[in-house]
Design a protein around this ligand. Structure first.
Ligand code: FAD
Length: 294
């Protein structure tokens, strides 16, 4: 059977500054034409060298993960998760948007330093992944008419792509998108879409991650189910917060991603205080403040 994911060797074709905190890299490579974009919040792995401009060396082959883990730390590029923002197979171009947060992480540092011609390795979907729903979480059930999206800047590329995806479909649910960004200037407009209300929430340096999302969420009327079981706790410092919606008959769907402790607070609010159906929610810790997520 063909592999759903494989390595793509690419180089930076363009670096575009979208806002003070968001940078887009347009990558190109001969075989990008063989890459696919199965779901709008499609995740991929990227491999960051110590210094931008170096080619990240990754063991290839079917047991590459075991070999990669066995590399000593000096030789091992940093593996991080990113989202395909757009794929133009015909032009062999793929866009990845980075929320830059200074030089403390290898990915953010690379995004601040890299330029045209710099090599990168992506582990991304192939044609065989088109039937594989496991690399993305946007799976609203048929007939959804009300959508709640909450995100910080790390999940903004996924949100922008979800909005593009809905715009290209015939569905027109009512959507509230609450998006926390570092500054007002980071509110890069989403594609226009009937039924979409975007609430930009700049932290402007003053507030902790998720605080503005929670405040804004309190003002959004939501459907309640009243049928949730007791909420198990998640230790976001040692475990990944990743809960997938499990459908049901609901016409409501929520997609929530960002800093893990912030997503946990939002989960508590939605389930315990608001009685929103947990089965209708995707809750995803995209990163954890103070920790490196390899
Ligand atoms: C499914 C998925 C999709 C993702 N898609 C994207 C995407 O398209 N674009 C994107 O920018 N990010 C995305 N992320 C988040 C990204 O993987 C993390 O932010 C990652 O930790 C960045 O790696 P780093 O090497 O810069 O920092 P790390 O080495 O992981 O961390 C170093 C320090 O930086 C802090 N840090 C990490 N990320 C952030 C942040 N965003 N803001 C502030 N501080 C941070 C950490 O808490 C730590 O203290 C995604 C994550 C997941 C799980």
């Amino acid at each position: 059977m063909a592999d759903s994911y494989r390595f793509f060797d690419v180089v930076v074709k363009r670096r575009v500054v979208l806002s003070p905190s968001m940078v887009r890299f347009v990558f190109t490579g001969e075989d990008v034409g063989g890459m696919t974009f199965p779901g709008p919040d499609q995740r991929i792995k990227m491999f960051f060298p110590e210094i931008a401009g170096q080619k990240p060396e990754i063991p290839r082959g079917s047991d590459w993960i075991a070999q990669f883990r066995a590399l000593d730390d000096v030789a091992k590029p940093a593996m991080r998760t990113y989202t395909i923002r757009a794929l133009r197979s015909g032009e062999t171009e793929v866009d990845i948007d980075f929320a830059v947060h200074g030089s403390i992480g290898p990915a953010s540092r690379w995004a601040l330093e890299a330029g045209e011609g710099d090599p990168m390795v992506l582990y991304a979907p192939t044609e065989a992944a088109l039937d594989d729903p496991r690399g993305y979480e946007w799976h609203p059930p048929e007939g959804v008419d009300r959508v709640l999206i909450l995100a910080d800047e790390s999940a903004l590329p996924a949100v922008a792509s979800i909005v593009d995806h809905i715009a290209a479909s015939s569905a027109r649910p009512r959507i509230d998108a609450l998006i926390e960004v570092p500054t007002e200037a980071d509110a890069v407009p989403l594609s226009p879409l009937e039924g979409l209300s975007v609430h930009w929430l700049p932290r402007d340096g003053g507030q902790d991650y998720g605080q503005r999302l929670l405040e804004a969420l309190r003002g959004i009327p939501l459907p309640t189910s009243g049928q949730n079981d007791a909420l198990p706790d998640v230790d976001v410092d040692n475990d990944i917060l990743w809960e997938q919606a499990s459908g049901g008959e609901t016409t409501f769907y929520a997609w929530i991603a960002g800093e893990a402790a912030a997503v946990l607070d939002i989960r508590r609010h939605l389930v315990n205080e608001r009685g929103v159906d947990r089965k209708a929610m995707n809750l995803m810790g995209y990163w954890r403040k103070g920790r490196s997520l390899d």
